[in-house]
Design a protein around this ligand. Structure first.
Ligand SMILES: *Cc1c(COP(=O)(O)O)cnc(C)c1O
Length: 540
């Protein structure tokens, strides 16, 4: 099932509470999830059409099956290392969650190093094999915006991936972590003069240009800096907008889309001509990214056909050795998600490109891909502690059990931003109660502060339990905020029975330290940075 085809898990927001026989609620129809910034993680148009089909649980969405065992760990959603010890406690990367809580506190982002490496390797090998089958080569860039830290830069580099960055901060993190600049790709629709200078200066491998103004800017910078570097020219790709979008059911008919990224297909000729006039720039080829959390190959294939068409036309003006088709490969967030295996997806995409090239009688270029979510998503688990539980009466519609945890939209904005689905399990023990429908919520001052909108947990879930939410490796830490002055949690890597801090958590002192108004206070109250029971309690 795919989000484009109407995945159950993508159309759950505010569908709760509507009986199959009840008219659609106007209140719920007014709330519409928005899109993933830059990645297009979006529910289909019929997102609110799902109502419960379970007569005994009218509040549950149709896609959510009652688990035979509400302590089970569905393999598609959890890291391969996830297991329960004999006493029922969850172990990740060989480390018990009680040990993680004792050392690092909650909320806590846990990243399974072997899982990241295994996904990186598997994706690279899949595209290598698919490319080799059509006598070409592939390059796989990890899209660092999904989750970036020095350790992750090293892991993916060691697994043979290149790295995409799209801001000064991401670029500096990659460089500081020792990434080879020649293996970096640089994205963005509004790169400043300063950041372009820095990128050219350090020798970033490819810069993906997004506008005519940027081409002028970059050409001038590369000419100036290239003069000092014995005439070295900057390799660039042109980002185009194929008119195919992951969010849409039907591929858009026109390439003139109302969004900020890239050139329309028919505008790319002018961009290519201008780049080819500039001796300081070298046009490597085209770039296209159609969206995120995509489950099938059809959208990629349709987009590839359109982009190869343009690629073939532009060959008249010179070589184009590279074609970058972006990222966006979907992962499972719940047991209802069934993403296409990367081996199947990669061979379908490369096959589609090869077919289009053959029709036009041109060579298949080297193909580049940029997965982010599918490298790190499944490797991440967020650990929370349950603080309160509360049955909330919905009148004749029944009752919903709300389970409140010590984090929320500040550590995972995706449910609030796009109605993204997740799942959860009690982690500190195996529950003994029958499955009961719950909603896991955070501690923030928003009713939309939802961690897991619909899940079945053992009915004995209780304050003090540790709760684990899987598939949080991508776009959770990356989108974290300090909403309600909540310190951002640390990130810990687990592997072979050992846990290691890879991103320090913020403390209350960090938060107060940014408040310039406190500079005037001679003696900041010391107790405020280390108050027991405060939001920063237990943080390492
Ligand atoms: C976000 C993004 C990606 C990665 O998308 P995923 O869904 O995380 O694979 C790749 N390329 C570009 C240009 C992006 O903006």
């Amino acid at each position: 099932m795919s989000h484009r085809d109407g995945a159950p898990s993508s159309r759950v927001l505010d569908c709760w509470g509507t009986r199959p026989d009840a008219p659609p609620s106007t209140a719920s129809a007014a709330v519409r999830p928005r899109r993933d910034p830059g990645s297009g993680d979006t529910p289909p148009d019929d997102w609110c059409s799902v109502v419960s089909a379970l007569p005994d649980e009218p509040l549950a969405p149709e896609w959510l099956a009652v688990p035979a065992d509400p302590n089970d760990l569905v393999p598609a959603v959890w890291p391969a290392s996830a297991r329960r010890d004999d006493d029922g406690e969850l172990r990740l990367g060989g480390v018990r969650v009680s040990e993680l809580r004792a050392r690092f506190g909650t909320p806590l982002y846990i990243l399974d190093e072997d899982e990241v490496r295994a996904h990186a390797r598997r994706i690279r090998e899949a595209f290598d094999a698919a490319a080799a089958a059509h006598r070409t080569r592939s390059r796989v860039y990890y899209a660092g915006k999904a989750f970036l830290s020095a350790d992750v830069v090293r892991w993916v580099s060691e697994e043979g991936l290149r790295l995409d960055v799209c801001s000064r901060g991401e670029l500096e993190t990659a460089l500081a972590a020792g990434a080879d600049p020649a293996r970096l790709g640089f994205h963005g629709n509004n790169k400043s003069v300063a950041v372009l200078e820095r990128a050219v200066e350090v020798g970033v491998g490819t810069i993906v240009v997004d506008s005519l103004i940027e081409i002028e800017r970059l050409g001038a910078i590369a000419a100036r800096l290239g003069a000092d570097r014995a005439g070295i020219v900057q390799d660039v790709l042109i980002r185009v907008n194929s008119g195919v979008h992951a969010e849409t059911h039907d591929f858009l008919a026109t390439a003139h889309e109302d969004q900020k990224f890239g050139f329309a297909l028919d505008e790319a000729h002018a961009a290519a001509a201008r780049i080819r006039e500039m001796p300081s720039l070298n046009l490597l080829g085209l770039h296209c990214h159609i969206g995120s959390q995509i489950f099938g190959a059809a959208g990629f294939a349709e987009s590839a056909a359109r982009v190869v068409d343009l690629h073939a036309e532009l060959l008249a003006g010179g070589d184009l050795p590279l074609l970058n088709l972006g990222g966006g490969f979907g992962i499972a967030y719940t047991a209802a998600d069934d993403p296409t295996p990367i081996e199947v997806l990669s061979s379908a995409i490369v096959e589609a490109v090869a077919r289009e090239c053959e029709v036009r009688g041109i060579a298949v270029p080297t193909l580049a891909f940029e997965p982010g979510r599918s490298v790190v998503g499944q490797a991440g688990v967020t650990l929370y502690e349950v603080g309160t539980t509360k049955p909330v009466s919905l009148g004749e519609r029944g009752e919903r059990l709300y389970v409140s945890v010590d984090g929320g939209m500040s550590d995972n904005a995706r449910p609030a931003l796009y109605g993204a689905p997740y799942s959860a399990r009690i982690a500190s023990r195996a529950g003994t109660g029958d499955p009961v429908l719950v909603r896991v919520v955070g501690l923030h001052c928003e009713s939309g502060d939802i961690v897991v909108e619909h899940e079945y947990l053992p009915a004995d879930v209780t304050p003090g339990d540790l709760l684990a939410v899987p598939a949080t490796g991508a776009y959770c830490h990356a989108l974290a905020s300090n909403y309600n002055h909540t310190p951002r949690p640390p990130v810990v890597a687990v592997r072979d029975g050992h846990a290691r801090l890879i991103v320090r958590g913020e403390t209350l002192a960090d938060l107060l330290g940014r408040d310039a108004g406190l500079d005037a206070v001679p003696e900041p109250a010391e107790s405020s940075a280390a108050q027991p029971g405060s939001a920063g309690e237990g943080e390492a």
